[in-house]
Design a protein around this ligand. Sequence first.
Ligand code: UT7
Length: 332
Amino acid sequence: MSEKKVSAVITGVGMYVPEKVLDNAYFESIVDTTDEWIRTRTGISERRILENGATSNLAAEAAKDLLKSKNMKAEEIEVIIVATVTPDMFFPATACLVQEKIGANNAWGFDLSAACSGFLFAYQTGCSLIESGKYKKVLVIGADKMSSIVDYTDRNNCILFGDAGAAILLEPTNDTSIGYQDSLLRIDGSGKEILNMKGGGSLNPPSHETVDKGMHYIFQDGKTVFKFAVKGMAEVSLDIMQKNGLKSEDIAYLVPHQANLRIINATAERMGIDKEKVMININKYGNTTAATIPLCLVEYYRDGKLKKGDKIILAAFGAGYTWGASYLVWGM
Ligand code: UT7
């Protein structure tokens, strides 16, 4: 690897999940499903739903939680990157709305659209800004209000998703043995037919017809996504481990995107990673798209399970297709 002068290290974390819980019994009451099917086919027991507000609320609350835990002023933040597929509006960017909500008066920023790989792509982008030497405090947020694009009459999809936001702060350190080490990220637009939301954009501008056809909801061919997700996440994760001379026993944690417990288990198995080294909270939150990976990091760190020096692989797969893996050494 090329010699770096500084490494981008995570120096703060924050999260927000809404109070309202939808458990599997609720879905038994609205679609033809069972708690048993949902738990055994997906690993999900409940998910959180934001009743009032939008993605910027989830993101801003996560940012405020981070700032409070670090006793840090919002004015210190230089860049805000919000990974999301459920922006409050097409424009302005959700990052602008977060900036205003938290009072980050010296920041610029933008939204990043990469679906379930959004946090991974935003993390890489934030780390590159830090390693460029130009920025010293970059806030990276993954947030999605998936309930705003879920069809609650479609049992294939509605049981899967939840709402959440989670944030990390990136800062430079001269100790290059910690923090960001490497990433392998990929996109492949041939996946566009398999997982998408067709309505509302410039291809299918909003009309009575797009609404009548339910084109503003998530569409996916779940089985195909499932296969690509396991293959894609395991391949890039093994590649990044090999590239960095890592064996499975060197890894403290695999942090996979939380889409389905069966995808997570199959990925970990292909990588030879023991089950106890895999971060999992899909049972409590479902698939929160861009928020799943940082939400895991925050919970495991705050539970004291994540220690300075731990070698971690983040892995995600999502619409696009988008996928990838990042290797970092925990630095807090
Ligand atoms: O992060 C975004 C990317 N998305 C994903 O990663 C999702 C990936 N895919 C999956 O997680 C799984 O494919 C699903 C959870 C979506 C579906 O699980 P599956 O084991 O692949 O089920 P399936 O689609 O093969 O369906 C099996 C059966 C079908 O019934 P028939 O045709 O065999 O009679 C479905 O209609 O299960 C039925 N089914 C349900 N039954 C009860 C589908 N959803 C439900 C449900 N409750 N909620």
